[in-house]
Design a protein around this ligand. Structure first.
Ligand code: NAD
Length: 272
């Protein structure tokens, strides 16, 4: 899809990968809705885009971890810019660690990293099928294809996000709905660098920078956004800004036991 003059919604766009996506899509000529739980941050990004092209961006504070939040977002986006052409479910949380992780953290991880995608699709896909066109893109992670050392909730929810995107493509791909799934490894954002995320979740030690940096090259958000724009232009399903992830995936598929042994070695190296 060529994004010139298209209506694009990006969630989790107050900073990090989402902000870079919003900026790149806007530079490609799209009208962009910048959505985030951090309303002030979303408005700052939208204001700076609006200053470049008047009336081309809207900042919205929404919680995509609820169905009502997704409905509110889609309604507000459509009221501002008409039917949504591309919905980018990028908001995510890197929270929780092991078997002792609380139920509340598991719930938040599934709500934001998985159910948000399902709720958005539920309210977008019927119109897209009727129009014969629409594009759903989600940010999962390389952790959704491989695993996340140190975080069971992140590993599970990102696998589920990939699975949902695959299911959506299989089910609606022949009815005009395009689907892509972004699966980066390390990207230099607040999530990677620890502390609290913008949603106020304590993310230190969950999907920590040490683990991700040990696993490979860390990209800047703008580099990821460039790869994504190209992939959307080509309408490619799997978006891998770190090409080595494809090799890891092949190794995992070729010999699961060998791959798991390698992951255990990497974990031992990281944890000392
Ligand atoms: N940084 C990495 O290394 C990396 C690697 C692979 C995948 N990812 C994924 O990329 C996406 C973006 O993360 P990022 O690295 O830019 O981190 P980030 O913390 O900078 O951005 C995540 C954004 O999501 C927002 N958010 C969280 N919960 C929300 C909710 N309930 N409603 C609305 N917005 C909410 C946060 O406020 C934040 O602005 C996430 O899905 C993350 O899992 C990141």
């Amino acid at each position: 899809m060529d994004l010139n003059d298209r209506h694009v919604v990006v969630t989790g766009a107050a900073g990090g990968i989402g902000e870079a996506l919003a900026r790149r899509f806007h530079a490609a000529g799209a009208r962009v809705v910048v959505a985030d739980l951090d309303a002030a941050g979303a408005e700052v990004v939208a204001a700076s885009l609006g200053a470049e092209r008047a009336g081309s961006a809207l900042g919205l504070g929404v919680d995509v971890g609820t169905e009502a939040g997704n409905v509110e977002l889609i309604d507000a986006a459509e009221a501002a810019f008409g039917p949504v052409d591309l919905f980018f479910a990028n908001a995510g949380v890197g929270i929780g660690q092991d078997l002792d992780t609380t139920e509340a953290i598991w719930q938040t991880a599934f709500d934001v990293n998985v159910h948000a995608h399902r709720w958005a699709a539920k309210h977008l896909v019927p119109d897209w099928v009727a129009r014969g066109e629409g594009y759903f893109c989600s940010t999962a992670s390389a952790a959704g294809l491989l695993s996340q050392i140190g975080s069971a909730p992140y590993s599970l929810t990102k696998h589920a996000a990939v699975a949902f995107a695959e299911w959506l493509s299989i089910t609606y791909g022949d009815r005009g709905v395009r689907v892509s799934c972004l699966c980066p490894q390390g990207v230099n954002t607040r999530m990677l660098n620890g502390g609290d995320d913008r949603a106020g979740n304590d993310i230190a030690g969950s999907v920590g920078g040490d683990v991700v940096r040990a696993a490979g090259n860390v990209l800047e958000p703008a580099e990821v956004a460039e790869v994504v724009l190209q992939a959307i232009g080509d309408e490619r399903f799997l978006i891998l800004p770190h090409p080595e992830v494809h090799t890891y995936l092949q190794r995992k598929a070729a010999d699961a036991d060998r791959w798991l042994a390698g992951m255990r070695k990497l974990q031992a190296r990281i944890t000392g």
